[in-house]
Design a protein around this ligand. Structure first.
Ligand SMILES: NC(=O)c1ccc[n+]([C@@H]2O[C@H](COP(=O)([O-])OP(=O)(O)OC[C@H]3O[C@@H](n4cnc5c(N)ncnc54)[C@H](OP(=O)(O)O)[C@@H]3O)[C@@H](O)[C@H]2O)c1
Length: 196
């Protein structure tokens, strides 16, 4: 399974403020949905709790939620990961169906959703690492590629994307989007240190 980070970064490195995104760009949200649908998304507990209730969990995606303390009342299509590093290395080394065995209380509606996700793309599935800052830092050794949106603002913020995480990655494509957004695609230039 491919592992890719997906992040939107302002010109001053800000990615979040008060638990939320300090901007609203519908085209970037659309791109986020198009890239991640039918795949797995891994996010930290703070990012999960920042999602609007109506889109929590993200539809048509399996959510892997990193939290050491845990959260109660999670919907059954969300897998809680207490130990991010060991779960991640297990997942990226094993067949995808094995993680489905971790899912308790699987209702028939959830089974249908999971089947749809499993069937959706013919191509290889991607594990999308979608933040926030803590989770980006912890998972960088597993990334094969990065999809990064440059946000043309310098907003006040309290959460940053560490630019050194781009070390070891090569910019392959940069595309201008609406509202002066720039979509950049990076590929790891060497084998990821966690493979094998
Ligand atoms: N611009 C973007 O692309 C983007 C993307 C995502 C998020 N954001 C923004 O970023 C902010 C949130 O980021 P954040 O860095 O504060 O938090 P975060 O990375 O979303 O979540 C941090 C939490 O992850 C859990 N965690 C950390 N290490 C772990 C480990 N080794 N094993 C298991 N769980 C672990 C802990 O949860 P517990 O405390 O529950 O133990 C920790 O509090 C928000 O403002 C959000 O809007 C921006």
């Amino acid at each position: 399974m491919k592992c890719s980070a997906l992040v939107a970064v302002a010109a001053n490195g800000v990615i979040g403020k008060d638990g939320l995104l300090p901007w609203h760009f519908p085209d970037d949200l659309r791109r986020f949905r198009q890239l991640t649908e039918g795949n797995l998304v891994l996010m930290g507990r703070k990012t999960y709790q920042s999602l609007p209730l109506a889109s929590r969990p993200l539809p048509n995606r399996i959510t892997l939620l990193a939290s050491r303390q845990g959260i109660s009342g999670l919907p059954p299509e969300v897998l809680l990961w207490h130990d991010l590093e060991s779960k991640l290395s297990q997942l990226l080394k094993q067949e995808e169906h094995r993680i489905k065995d971790d899912l308790p209380h699987e209702t028939s509606s959830i089974q249908r959703k999971r089947k749809a996700v499993a069937k959706a793309p013919e191509k290889e599935k991607t594990l999308w690492i979608v933040g926030g800052s803590e989770i980006f830092k912890l998972t960088q050794p597993w990334w094969d590629s990065i999809e990064l949106t440059r946000i043309p603002l310098r907003p006040a913020g309290d959460t940053y994307f560490d630019a050194t995480l781009l070390k070891g990655f090569q910019l392959k494509c940069s595309q201008e989007g609406p509202d002066n957004l720039v979509f950049e695609s990076y590929q790891r230039s060497t084998t990821r240190p966690t493979s094998g």
